[in-house]
Design a protein around this ligand. Structure first.
Ligand code: ARG
Length: 461
């Protein structure tokens, strides 16, 4: 096996198990493209500032490009002895361009290097996830548009509360996704800061130009303090927070879909393309997709928790603990992307709302009781008094096995003389929803406005 890059300082070789334990190449190979790009920027800067010659700079950049080709062609397979992606690249570069390759690491440390790579990686991933959120929002809007006047029971405490436009319900998820999209944009601003040139911790004796590399790599700015630059993982934690909230939202939607598809609700039918069967119960059709999304949520919360714990006791600056930032971050990125994709497909083509069943559901409960109280209150009865009256009617109706719509006009008028025949219209489910026309409410006019606004919002990239 090859020698470690740092072996000259050591008397004897690393124990093979410890070499495996120490190595990150098994997972940080994921960063290779960013490592190459970051190193190319560094090489250009070394030439630009005269720290190396222009020809040397060109050779380094070309050699790094060759490694990129080799990697794309599936020909770059560094082993455990390379330790990590940074050493693997430097070693291969030296094989390709000869001793000049050994100049690449001038005025740089793996500490600022790995920070640069991770930020470049996360920057790309954030843009991809934002795009996926837009697609998810697009599907929500498409379905909402078809269901403006489809009514669905609205719940509080999972008890029937007031009926809603199904579009309004779906647009609530649109709004959560909108905040997620904005939050990622906000996180991005703190991901997109260059630590390159912070060196190991203290800066460097060479006349480097940090702003030059930052510009080449499209960073918005550079870390102002070299010690902070190599120590900081706030950006990863912030991303994990944003990812956790995306998962909270997907998980709540998943939970609702699981409930809705149950025999008890029967609000949606799962299509065959997105559900699976049982090995023993022939009748089963299971909502695996939303269940998996709900379940995977735990992983992301775990990664967030792990990252917080990794950081909390770390003295400045780099400590090997920081190598533990990567697997959780990569897994979170991959999991969020997979869940967003699956949920978008599930909504777009994996489930159907049972509109007849939904229409029946909103007609068979007391979720219009508030509207009776509002009816009286609008006619001058103090709301609390009206509320108490209706509470009594609900109690006696339940005892008599009746719904509010079954009461005769005489019964209404015995209760209060303000009732007239228009009470029946006022408590019909359609009218109950239509009447909630306050800003942001479920009234159809509001929902139509919200849909228009949503369309405008997702056009913004
Ligand atoms: N593989 C290391 C990591 O992922 C790279 C940085 C190593 N730096 C060091 N001083 N040992 O964190």
């Amino acid at each position: 096996t090859k020698e470690q890059t740092w072996s000259q300082r050591f008397e004897s070789a690393l124990h093979p198990a410890i070499a495996r334990f120490n190595a990150s190449i098994g997972f940080d190979i994921e960063l290779i493209e960013y490592d190459l790009t970051g190193s190319q920027a560094h090489a250009k800067m070394l030439a630009h500032t005269g720290i190396i010659s222009a020809t040397e700079g060109e050779k380094l950049v070309a050699g790094l490009e060759q490694i990129r080709q080799e990697y794309h062609q599936g020909k770059f397979h560094p082993g455990i002895d390379a330790e990590d992606v940074h050493f693997a690249v430097e070693r291969r570069l030296t094989e390709i361009v000869g001793d000049i390759g050994k100049k690449l690491h001038t005025a740089r440390s793996r500490n600022d290097q790995v920070g640069t790579d991770t930020r470049l990686y996360l920057r790309d991933q954030i843009q991809q996830i934002k795009q996926q959120l837009r697609e998810f929002q697009g599907v929500l809007v498409d379905i909402a548009e078809q269901h403006i006047e489809t009514l669905i029971p609205g719940y509080t405490h999972l008890q029937r509360a007031q009926p809603l436009s199904l579009a309004h319900h779906l647009l609530a998820y649109f709004q959560m996704a909108q905040r997620d999209w904005e939050r990622l944009g906000d996180v991005y601003r703190r991901v997109n800061i260059s630590p390159l040139g912070c060196g190991a911790l203290a800066g460097t004796t060479f006349p480097i130009d940090r702003h030059y590399t930052a510009e080449l790599l499209n960073f918005d700015r550079v870390y102002e303090n070299s010690l902070d630059g190599v120590s900081d993982r706030d950006f990863a934690i912030e991303f994990l927070c944003a990812a956790s909230l995306i998962m909270v939202h997907l998980s709540r939607l998943s939970e609702e879909i699981i409930l809705w598809s149950s025999e008890e609700f029967r609000f949606v039918t799962l299509k065959d393309s997105c559900s699976t069967g049982s090995s023993i119960m022939p009748q089963k059709k299971n909502p695996d997709v939303p269940e998996l999304i709900r379940g995977k949520t735990g992983r992301i919360f775990g990664h967030l928790q792990a990252m917080l714990v990794i950081m909390k006791g770390l003295p400045l600056a780099y400590n090997k603990d920081l190598q533990e930032d990567k697997e959780g971050l990569f897994d979170s990125v991959n999991t969020v992307k997979a869940c967003l994709e699956a949920m978008t497909i599930l909504l777009a083509e994996g489930l159907e709302f049972r509109t007849q069943r939904l229409a029946a559901a909103v007609a068979e409960d007391f979720s219009n009781a508030t509207d009776v109280a509002d009816y009286l209150a609008a006619r001058g009865v103090p709301f609390r008094e009206a509320y108490n009256l209706v509470g009594k009617v609900v109690k006696t109706s339940i005892a008599a096995g009746k719904l509010l719509k079954d009461l005769t006009l005489e019964e209404w008028q015995q209760l209060h003389p303000a009732f007239a025949v228009d009470i029946y219209e006022a408590i019909s489910p359609y009218q109950v929803v239509a009447a909630r026309n306050s800003y942001g409410g479920t009234g159809f006019a509001q929902v139509r406005k919200a849909l228009l606004a949503a369309r405008t919002q997702i056009a913004q990239q």
